[in-house]
Ligand binder design. Structure first.
Ligand SMILES: [Zn+2]
Length: 120
């Protein structure tokens, strides 16, 4: 089981987690913008959002880097956002998490293959 590691923007490499939470900007389908704090433990789908919102089930949310303001949406998998997960100085994995509200899926892409984490 992977423990807690550092999460970075794939564009500017800024560290996006602090105190066990990944903090990202969000943009909803209706254009509303906000900030989400997601638990940095894989498979834990607790989050808080400022301002408080109830995402509609199935809504596709844009996730945006708080440092460079670039979209974190994956080019290869349009329903997923991508971050870099730094394991140590040399090892960096890609992590993909669902952009669809209510779909709790995360994929960790390692040299050994793909691990998936699904929420309840
Ligand atoms: Zn960035």
């Amino acid at each position: 089981m992977i423990k807690e590691y550092d999460f970075h923007c794939p564009h500017c490499n800024a560290r996006l987690d602090t105190n066990g939470f990944i903090i990202l900007k969000t943009k909803r389908e209706n254009g509303d913008e906000g900030e989400i704090r997601m638990d940095a433990n894989l498979g834990n789908y607790q989050y808080t959002h400022e301002p408080p919102v109830n995402f509609s089930a199935g809504e596709l949310v844009d996730f945006i880097c708080t440092s460079c303001n670039k979209s974190l949406n994956s080019d290869e998998f349009e329903n997923y956002a991508k971050l870099k997960m730094q394991v140590d100085d040399k090892i960096v994995f890609d992590i993909l998490f669902s952009r669809i509200a209510g779909i709790q899926k995360t994929y960790l892409i390692t040299e050994d293959g793909i691990e998936s984490y699904t929420g309840n």
